[in-house]
Design a protein around this ligand. Structure first.
Ligand SMILES: Nc1nc2c(ncn2[C@@H]2O[C@H](COP(=O)(O)OP(=O)(O)OP(=O)(O)O)[C@@H](O)[C@H]2O)c(=O)[nH]1
Ligand SMILES: [Mg+2]
Length: 288
């Protein structure tokens, strides 16, 4: 399957929902009605603030063709510069897809010929180490996993040193799931980040995994993680099972943090590089 076909398939539920919202809204009036356009975007999980901002920009364009103008604006909203740093720390709430995304990204980097090292700092959840170990085996990458109950910061410190000895191009660090409302666990994450910055100054980035199905709640998660660890990229997971892919636009509009990858399935190849234009094209029905 081509990448475009994979993105399109991964976004099929969202596209269906977009089409339904479009029909429901515009059967009431002409598709040049900007108020209706805003309503359509809100129904499509773009969220009220981003919807208003986007419609204002589309209005400015004063284009005779509304949908192409809207698409162009959506692409611009989603098209954000992103940096690629060697140490990537995966954070996010429980079950959002951190460990799976680490496994998939290992596979992606290995197939690009990169040397990867994985550090598992989820010493909290039972069997977390076995799950990550299985992914590392499948991707064929070396790893260091913390013993159950051990201090995540100390595990990370050791892991970063082992990775340096192996000359890894990329070091992917899995962390335990934590609710954004849990202050102690957010402080622990802050500490993990401090440790890594001390060992590899300037080389560390935080990737926040967000489950697309959580819709507007993803914004709240972003809000809190932003306060504690400033994610420099988002991985939007489980798009295949969700109709709420429009939330990508809400996130990009509000936080200006790039979406780097999207998860479109449970398999090792189901993590795709995010591309604003293909994403937007896949939201609209004519691309099926
Ligand atoms: N369909 C689908 N399932 C996914 C995707 N990403 C992750 N999953 C599934 O979501 C579930 C949770 O994924 P994990 O990777 O274990 O999530 P986690 O964030 O590491 O979870 P904790 O460590 O418990 O916080 C698993 O069953 C994965 O297979 C995706 O893109 N699509
Ligand atoms: Mg996990």
């Amino acid at each position: 399957m081509s990448i475009m076909a994979k993105i399109s398939k991964g976004l099929s539920k969202t596209r269906e929902k977009m089409a339904q919202a479009f029909q429901a809204v515009f059967e009431r009036g002409p598709s040049r009605d900007y108020e209706l356009l805003e309503e359509f975007l809100i129904l499509a999980d773009v969220g009220p603030a981003a919807a208003a901002a986007i419609v204002a920009k589309v209005k400015e364009k004063n284009s005779p063709e509304l949908i192409p103008a809207l698409k162009e604006e959506l692409v611009q909203t989603l098209n954000l510069d992103s940096e690629d740093k060697p140490v990537k720390i995966f954070v996010g709430i429980n079950g959002s897809g951190k460990t799976t995304s680490v496994g998939k990204l290992c596979h992606r980097f290995v197939s690009e010929g990169k040397k990867v090292f994985v550090i598992g700092t989820d010493t909290f959840r039972a069997a977390a180490d076995m799950q990550l170990e299985e992914w590392c085996r499948r991707a064929g990458v070396p790893y260091l996993l913390g013993k159950p109950g051990s201090d995540p910061g100390a595990v990370l410190y050791d892991g970063l040193n082992s990775a340096a000895a192996k000359n890894a191009d990329y070091i992917l660090c899995d962390t335990a799931g934590r609710l954004h409302s849990n202050k102690n666990l957010m402080q622990e994450l802050e500490k993990i980040l401090r440790v890594s910055e001390r060992v590899r100054p300037g080389a560390v980035e935080v990737l926040l995994t967000l489950d697309a199905a959580t819709g507007q709640n993803a914004l709240q998660q972003m809000e809190t993680f932003e306060q504690w660890v400033k994610p420099s990229g988002i991985i939007l997971t489980k798009l295949d099972g969700s109709a709420k892919g429009g939330v990508a636009i809400a996130l990009a509009a509000k936080y200006r943090v790039p979406i780097k990858y999207i998860g479109v399935g449970e398999g090792i190849e189901d993590l795709l590089l995010f591309a604003a234009e293909s994403y937007v094209n896949s939201l609209f029905p004519e691309n099926e």
